[in-house]
Design a binder for this molecule. Structure first.
Ligand SMILES: Nc1ncnc2c1ncn2[C@@H]1O[C@H](COP(=O)(O)OP(=O)(O)O)[C@@H](O)[C@H]1O
Ligand SMILES: [Mg+2]
Length: 433
């Protein structure tokens, strides 16, 4: 900063007309791209800010960053860097008055490396002061009190280029059990996002041995996700681009090999490179996540921007959906909770758990309740077509459009009045939570 500040821009918009206030939580359609592998050191003055920074460090978007927090504010920072190099980001909290804070920042500038970005959390809400900060090359200024998501937003904002294309948003779709139609839903929703919302999207089939995305889109590409995940050193945007097969104007497929000549045991980070590459130039990435609980599936779900759990209306699905939703809610405290939909509802003669009971146990309404229609879905699958391609006006095609809108932040879940449950097991499930 300072002496080297010419090129440093102000990262976050600061509306000085606003009175100091806690920024609202993450808006439904707000997208904060994760920060790269950077080092962050925070020098706080209040426990409240230290706690917010600590919680931000646990946010999925800062999972790759290294964060250290200490108390002592700007003075401690200048002291700390007298003899050691500065990290990528320094966050300074100061309760001081303007002159004092600016003086402290000038001292810090003496020992600050050129590439280091400085974010300041202060109590002063004044345009002249703000100009002084900008002049000194401070990257962002937040007015205390700050919430966790404010810190996440500010730090991630330092590394997302504003002139770059929109950064991709990841929607992970997973089944509460195998065979519930999670892949079918993922493919149809991906198709609707591309067709009806005209967003460039890619369906990524993560069921490497048995995935059906190729069949469902009537594609048999020679290359796909296996080429990327088994040669991580080659993965970059251009390489991934060549592995995509085009389905429609806006939709591509990153297909699974669906062959069994090798086995597919992945470590937790196996897909990180692929997703980072996809994210750089595709606005919407739909992950078809197989029904399994392993280090890599858990990591994909926790790190997704949004999650859709697909469940069929029986007890095992209800239990699993609740467990998945609960653990992901806990692992993503600053995000929207996972969405869920019911699928294959209304199988003749089958006793089913009602959507109202699901809503009660999961404490949320489903984004959609998709009926069991073996004729329609069977024909679509056998023809390698989406439901909307067979019959665009069909009610079920409309449901997929609705899910696409909710998952891309263009609509809200239609709320129902969930009736009180008469089922005894619900009490047990709720208590466990
Ligand atoms: N609403 C539905 N009505 C009838 N059949 C369905 C429905 N949804 C999915 N299916 C069928 O269920 C089977 C399993 O679907 P799939 O998407 O592969 O499940 P999963 O990915 O959860 O294992 C497929 O044959 C699919 O066509
Ligand atoms: Mg599947």
């Amino acid at each position: 900063m300072i002496k080297h500040a010419q090129q440093v821009a102000v990262a976050g918009p600061v509306d000085m007309a606003e009175s100091p206030s806690i920024s609202p939580d993450l808006a439904a359609d707000e997208h904060i791209a994760p920060a790269p592998r950077v080092s962050i050191q925070a020098f706080c003055e209040t426990v409240e800010t230290a706690a917010a920074v600590q919680a931000a460090g646990d946010d999925r978007r800062l999972a790759k960053a290294h964060l250290k927090i200490q108390m002592g504010g700007a003075a401690a920072a200048s002291e700390a860097y007298r003899s050691s190099p500065t990290p990528n980001v320094i966050l300074i909290e100061s309760e001081s008055r303007a002159e004092q804070l600016l003086e402290n920042l000038d001292q810090l500038a003496e020992v600050c490396d050129p590439g280091t970005r400085v974010v300041v959390v202060g109590r002063i809400n004044d345009v002249t002061f703000y100009r002084e900060l900008t002049k000194r090359g401070v990257s962002d200024y937040l007015i205390a009190p700050v919430g966790t998501i404010d810190i996440v937003r500010a730090v991630c904002g330092l590394f997302s280029q504003t002139d770059a294309k929109p950064v991709g948003r990841i929607l992970a779709v997973v089944g509460a059990k195998g065979g519930v139609g999670a892949s079918t839903v993922a493919h149809n929703v991906g198709w609707a996002i591309a067709r009806d919302l005209a967003l460039d999207a890619v369906v990524t089939d993560l069921d490497l041995p048995f995935g059906t995305a190729g069949l469902d889109f009537n594609q048999d590409p020679p290359q796909g996700i296996a080429d990327a995940v088994f040669s991580p050193d080659r993965v970059d945007t251009a390489f991934i681009d060549r592995l995509l097969s085009k389905c429609t104007d806006h939709l591509s497929l990153l297909a699974a090999p669906a062959t069994l000549d090798r086995v597919y045991d992945f470590n937790a980070e196996a897909f990180d490179g692929v997703l980072d590459a996809l994210r750089t130039n595709i606005p919407c990435i739909v992950l078809d996540v197989p029904h399994q609980w392993s280090a890599w599936t858990k990591r994909l779900l926790v790190s997704a921007d949004d999650i859709l759990v697909v469940a069929s209306p029986d007890l095992a699905n209800l239990r699993n959906a609740k467990n998945i939703v609960d653990i992901l809610k806990a692992g993503r405290p600053n995000d929207h909770r996972p969405y869920y939909c019911l699928n294959q509802v209304g199988v003749p003669k089958r006793p089913e758990i009602t959507p109202a009971d699901f809503a009660k146990a999961l404490e949320d309404d489903p984004v959609a309740v998709i009926p069991f229609e073996p004729q329609l879905f069977g024909t679509a699958a056998n023809n390698g077509q989406m439901i909307a391609e067979m019959s665009s006006n069909h009610k079920t095609a409309e449901l997929f459009r609705q899910i696409a809108q909710v998952l891309t932040g263009r609509a809200e879940v239609k709320r129902s009045r969930s009736a009180l449950s008469a089922l005894p097991f619900l009490g047990k499930l709720m208590k466990k939570a």
